[in-house]
Write a protein that binds this ligand. Structure first.
Ligand code: GRF
Length: 194
C-alpha cells in the first residue's frame, strides 16, 4: 500500500504522520509506506519535512487549469508513484471529482471541528474555531472522514472531542484541536489500511 500525503502549509500533521505511521503499521503487521508528499505550494513547510525523511515530493500548479486538465495532472502523478491511499493533511485545494472517483474510500481528510457542523467551503483554519466560539459551543473536536465529492461530507471514520473553557478564544481552541489531530490521525490512518 503506497500512501501519499497532500498538504499545503506548515505540515505539523504531516510531520507527526511521517514520524509515527511506520511504527504503527509495523505493530499492526500492515503493509504501507509513505511514498509521496504532494503540495500546491512551493513554499510549504511540508517539503522540508519530506526532504529530511527522503520522501519523494511533487509540487503542482493548480492555478489557471481547467478541471479536466487538473484531474489529469493529479492522476498522472498518482499513477507514476503507484499510490493506493491519499491522506489530506491541511490540503486547501478541492480535489477534482475524477480523482475522487478514481479513489473511492481511499482519500482521507481531517477537519478541525465536529462535522457535519462547521464544515463546507470556506470553513478552514481559524475561521472554523471563530465560528465555534462565536456560537457559544461547549465542545469542539476533530473529524476524520473519507472524501467524497461534497466538501467535508464523506463518511465519518473517527471523531474526538475537547471542551471549551471559560474565556476560550479561537486561537486557544485551535491549539487544543491541533493537539487532538496529532494524537489521533496516524492511528486512524493505520487502522484504515487493511
Ligand atoms: C489542520 O487543522 C487540519 O485539520 C486542517 O488544516 C490544518 C493543517 O495543519 N485541515 P498542519 O499544516 O498539519 O499543521
Amino acid at each position: 500500500m503506497n500512501i501519499a500525503i497532500f498538504a499545503s502549509g506548515g505540515g505539523s500533521n504531516s510531520e507527526v504522520i511521517i514520524k509515527t505511521l511506520p511504527k504503527l503499521l509495523e505493530e499492526r503487521k500492515r503493509e504501507g509506506k509513505i511514498t509521496l508528499v504532494l503540495t500546491n505550494n512551493a513554499k510549504a513547510g511540508v517539503l522540508d519535512i519530506a526532504a529530511l525523511n527522503k520522501i519523494p515530493t511533487e509540487i503542482i500548479e493548480v492555478k489557471n487549469k481547467q478541471e479536466g486538465e487538473l484531474s489529469n495532472v493529479y492522476l498522472d502523478i498518482l499513477s507514476k508513484h503507484k499510490i493506493d491511499l491519499i491522506v489530506l493533511a491541511g490540503y486547501l485545494k478541492k480535489i477534482p471529482a475524477l480523482v475522487i472517483q478514481a479513489f473511492p474510500q481511499k482519500i482521507i481528510n481531517i477537519h478541525p471541528a465536529l462535522l457535519p457542523a462547521y464544515g463546507g467551503a470556506g470553513m478552514y483554519g481559524l475561521r472554523v474555531h471563530e465560528a465555534v466560539v462565536n456560537a457559544g459551543e461547549k465542545q469542539s473536536g476533530i473529524t476524520i472522514h473519507f472524501v467524497d465529492e461534497v466538501y467535508d461530507h464523506g463518511e465519518i471514520i473517527f471523531q474526538a472531542t475537547c471542551l471549551l473553557e471559560e474565556g476560550e478564544t479561537a486561537k486557544s481552541l485551535a491549539t487544543k484541536v491541533l493537539a487532538l489531530e496529532h494524537s489521533h490521525y496516524s492511528n486512524v490512518i493505520a487502522n484504515a489500511i487493511v
